[in-house]
Design a protein around this ligand. Structure first.
Ligand code: CA
Length: 231
């Protein structure tokens, strides 16, 4: 059995144990000490496995996007001519209030062949100026816009006095394709990505929804397993 298959087997075992604990004890799927035990031991195991699996560099290059646009006065944005695939939509918005603040947000989404996805709203929150500048200065390469799918929605943020939600007009919106699960940013899916997903699952690393393989809004050990199965 090679290293990858062995790791897949270990994660499958841990996930199955977790599911059976959940069924028997009627506990939540997260935060339970018993259910976390196999996951924690798995993290230790994967650290050991990494000693024989080369870890690639994690440096993130500048963003290259397929297209950019500006949301209208009601916050609406649309991207068309998309091939089926996985995309990240990133938004940056500047307000002059409070001495000038940047709002940023992103959303991961998968679109099928010829599908027109609507209501893909992107929530904006206070963000780093550097993050906003990466979005505003993204290199645009439209050569991949050869499909018939579309994605549209609204750029949103908290309403007045932080209550409710309100459309954010004139926000810069970009769309880029991405390799789902590539948490190390080396354009490959490797066991190292699964390890990072596991660290996110147990809370020892800040979650990054690039690792959310099943688009349920959370990175869990199941996502780590799905990454390994895709390696
Ligand atoms: Ca997930």
């Amino acid at each position: 059995m090679n290293t990858k298959n062995f790791i897949v087997q270990q994660i499958s075992t841990a996930v199955n144990q977790r599911i059976s604990y959940t069924r028997c004890g009627n506990t939540k799927t997260t935060g339970n000490v018993r259910s976390l035990a196999p996951i924690l031991s798995l993290v230790v195991f994967l650290f050991m496995a990494l000693l024989i699996v080369p870890l690639s560099a994690t440096a993130q290059s500048d963003i290259t996007a397929l297209a950019n646009t500006t949301s209208d006065e009601n916050g609406n944005y649309t991207f068309s001519n998309l091939p089926a695939g996985d995309y990240i939509i990133s938004v940056a918005h500047y307000i002059t209030a409070m001495g000038g603040k940047w709002f940023v947000g992103s959303r991961y989404i998968s679109v099928g062949y010829g599908e027109d996805l609507t209501d893909i709203d992107v929530w904006l929150d206070f963000g780093e100026e550097a993050t906003a500048h990466d979005i505003l200065n993204a290199t645009i390469d439209p050569s991949g816009l050869t499909g018939t799918s579309s994605i549209s929605g609204i750029t949103l943020g908290a309403g007045k006095y932080g209550v409710g939600e309100a459309p954010k007009a004139n926000a810069t919106v970009i769309i880029s394709s991405y390799l789902k699960g590539d948490l190390s940013g080396d354009d490959l899916l490797t066991p190292a990505d699964a390890l990072i997903a596991l660290q996110m699952a147990v809370g020892t690393r800040e979650p990054d929804l690039m690792g959310d393989m099943n688009f349920d809004g959370i990175v869990t050990s199941l996502d780590a397993l799905m990454i390994l199965q895709a390696v």
